[in-house]
Design a binder for this molecule. Sequence first.
Ligand code: ZN
Length: 263
Amino acid sequence: MIRVTIWNENVQERMGVPGNEDVNRPGLPQSLLDQCAEMRRVQTDGAMHNTLRDLINEMPEAEVRHIATLEMPECGLSEDVLNDTDVLIWWSHIAHERVPDEIAMRVVSHVQRGMGFIPLHSSHLCKPFRYLMGTTGTLRWREGDFCRVWNTCPTHPIAAGIGDYIELDEEEMYGEFFDIPKPDDIVSMSWYAGGELFRSGCTWTRGYGRIFYFQPGHETNRSYFNPQIRRIIHNAVQWCAEPEHRTEERICLPVAEPMKNTK
Ligand code: ZN
């Protein structure tokens, strides 16, 4: 069984709802509060982690072991939780900086030891992704538009069962330049009716770990309910889970003697 942990910021889910003083403060713009209410209406049981939980639970070969959120102790990402994780899925949007560096670097260390990592949508700015990439993760964006997600690597396992393209009636526009290191593979590129292009599905390896960034998934859109988008995330979980997740930190190996000459 592939052990999946879902990390959701879980801020907009609670924003504007009484009793959540850690995310509510006077003067929040009405447009933001409206967006939060719309997110709760669109996502399963009012939260992104529930949408993603159901998406993963469709996989017979995977199980959601932990749902972790920002307001939990250690952001829900203790060593025990990460040691019990083959693939970490991450969704965050407006509180990236509230994840302590110590927790972000803990995630980085586990990825380097073989844990798979799938940052989704606005997680292009989350700390673990930026720290793993070494770039700013910044991009161009605008409100929703018609989007065509082109399959640009049909031989990649993440593209298995995906046709030439997927059409999304509405998804937030993310456009180039996307400040990322050159991907190992660009599994998808997205075109928007406004004319922009975006490298929307990209893979990298860091240490022993595999990483897949995937763009669809704006909080008020229904991209995660699209069967082809779900299939890509299922495939990505399988692909990212393949390397063994090692518990020991990698160290430099002292070598006492040179290798024997084969002659
Ligand atoms: Zn968004």
